[in-house]
Ligand binder design. Sequence first.
Ligand SMILES: *Cc1c(COP(=O)(O)O)cnc(C)c1O
Length: 219
Amino acid sequence: MAVSVANYVRIKKELEEAGALLVAVSKKKSVVDILSLYELGQRDFGENYVQELMEKQPQLPADIRWHFIGHLQRNKVKYIVPICSLIQGVDSLSLLDEINKQAIRSNRIVDCLLQVHIAREETKFGFDESELAAVVPLIAERKNVRVLGFMGMASFTADELQIRSEFRHLKKMVQQHASNFSSPESPVISMGMSGDYSIALQEGSTLVRIGSLLFGARQ
Ligand SMILES: *Cc1c(COP(=O)(O)O)cnc(C)c1O
């Protein structure tokens, strides 16, 4: 399946009106597909796999802002710190520490989002409420990372009320902890994907991660 220019134009406009950032999730999609959105003006792209990101990044324009949105293993942090503009999905303090360590090594400040577990499913990664309360006060000590906000994924369900309440919960968590973020007055709330981004926008998302609506279904 090919890139949908019509969906891109429509979603881009919707997000502009809502004041939210569009991250085009390009995992498992080709460099050619990414370039076709780039040519329409898209600059923020999201990838889930370290190996795949490392293969694509050198083949694409240098002004692309890469978001790492997958589950990140500590031993791979060193590869992505030099090329990522935002590491979403930081789900442990030890991972944040490793990002800080590699950021010091590359003389960089690295922007991150903590992943919060909001879904009913057990399988999703992320901090729960009590873990956040313990970890958030410690982030300021990590001088080479900037925590800008939280990222969350709602349950995979057709129950819109459930999804809405999970997004609402994430926003509440952000409000509760924003004073510890590096820009407390403009916290990032990364929520919403192809299937649920409209609900996410209504619930205050500032960044949505959309793959299949833009690039077509993945294999
Ligand atoms: C794959 C992925 C997306 C995009 O999913 P679509 O349903 O294709 O829009 C968004 N966020 C994360 C964390 C993902 O892994």
